[in-house]
Design a protein around this ligand. Structure first.
Ligand code: CAA
Length: 315
């Protein structure tokens, strides 16, 4: 049996099982979503393209430069290699479902679902969606993987009809491993479809209002910031704070390990954006940009991705 046929048979089996268990019949997302376009081949975009392709969807991965795409595809290959050691995954057939392009329009026009995971900058995201709105099918859903902005702000540049189909699908790093996807700005049949899609790609959906940071980042960002301030005050060392949270609270990583993994610049820009303008958070001292972190960014100490953050990393 081909891998595709195996996946279809598995999907049918799952539907039959949930029917036999008396669970309400769920929308089959593959009836409405056949082609997915992912914008941004970085850690998040690449990870999203990977898990969507793993679930049997055809994906087009876009980025500005071919070198960004090559780096993203190499990360996907490495991740699939790791996963194939413990799961029944055929990296070749997953990779075959991912095509790549540097043409924004080409990626969008056959897509049923667009997921943008580009730079966390409101204007850049608005410009991208405005362009895609003109070429994408009217039925195409626009999803943003924003970690801190409001969906309704990002959707300001799209048509009225598309606004009603612009949502958040917020994934977590590392996407291949983390099980959660937050959904915001969707209701009714669209929400049902998105929940079914998230489950179909092997993740667990949670739903929340369109608010800055949704659930996870709204809690994680002040937590990380408080850890940083604790060390700046000299209350404890970086290593001891990380050990304390791993062993005392059962977290898989301490806050400094986590900030290094997600990117020092990423956390900084989230806080700066909230401090300078997010509704309800503007001027909130919990999110005041830190001079120490600005220095780290100037020195390119951004965490894992540059080999140095709060810790030093060798490949
Ligand atoms: N692809 C495939 N496999 C991967 C992987 C990847 N990208 N990353 C890790 N793995 C696998 C490893 O191969 C390993 O597999 P085995 O157990 O079979 O050996 C397994 O995952 C565990 O990895 P490690 O042994 O390397 O390390 P670990 O046990 O510490 O787990 C972790 C790593 C999953 C990242 C874990 O530390 C963790 O859950 N950390 C917290 C992550 C977190 O909080 N993420 C959210 C960040 S916030 C965010 O993303 C939102 C935003 O908007 C910025």
């Amino acid at each position: 049996m081909s891998t595709n046929a195996k996946e279809t048979a598995l999907r049918r089996q799952k539907q039959l099982l949930s029917h036999l268990k008396g669970e309400s019949a769920e929308t089959d997302p593959k009836e409405q979503i056949k082609q997915v376009a992912v914008y941004g081949a970085g850690i998040m975009g690449g990870g999203i393209a990977q898990v969507v392709a793993q679930a049997g969807y055809k994906v087009t991965l876009w980025d500005i430069q071919q070198s960004d795409i090559d780096r993203g595809m190499q990360t996907i290959r490495n991740s699939l290699e790791r996963l194939s050691k413990k799961q029944e995954i055929d990296p070749t057939s997953v990779l075959r479902r991912i095509s790549t392009t540097t043409s924004q329009i080409q990626a969008a026009h056959a897509a049923d679902l667009v997921i943008e995971a580009i730079v966390e900058d409101l204007k850049t995201k608005q410009q991208l969606l405005e362009r895609l709105d003109k070429v994408a099918k009217p039925s195409c859903i626009f999803a943003t993987n924003t970690s801190s902005l409001l969906v309704r702000d990002i959707a300001k540049t799209v048509s009225g009809a598309r606004k009603a189909r612009t949502v958040a699908l917020h994934f977590f790093n590392p996407v291949a491993i983390m099980q959660l996807v937050e959904i915001a700005n969707a209701d009714g049949a669209l929400l049902d479809l998105l929940k079914a899609f998230v489950r179909d790609i092997g993740k667990v959906p949670v739903v929340c209002r369109d608010t800055p940071g949704f659930i996870v980042n709204r809690l994680l960002v002040p937590y990380n910031n408080e850890a940083r301030q604790m060390v700046e005050r000299g209350d404890a060392s970086i290593e001891d704070v990380d050990t304390a949270m791993r062993l005392g609270a059962g977290y898989p990583m301490g806050p400094f390990e986590l900030m290094d993994m997600t990117g020092i610049d990423v956390g900084y820009h989230i806080m700066k954006g909230w401090y300078e303008g997010a509704s309800g958070l503007q001027g909130d001292p919990r999110f005041k940009p830190s001079k120490e972190v600005e220095q780290m960014i100037k020195k390119n100490h951004l965490g894992h991705k540059t080999g140095r953050g709060y810790y030093t990393y060798t490949k």
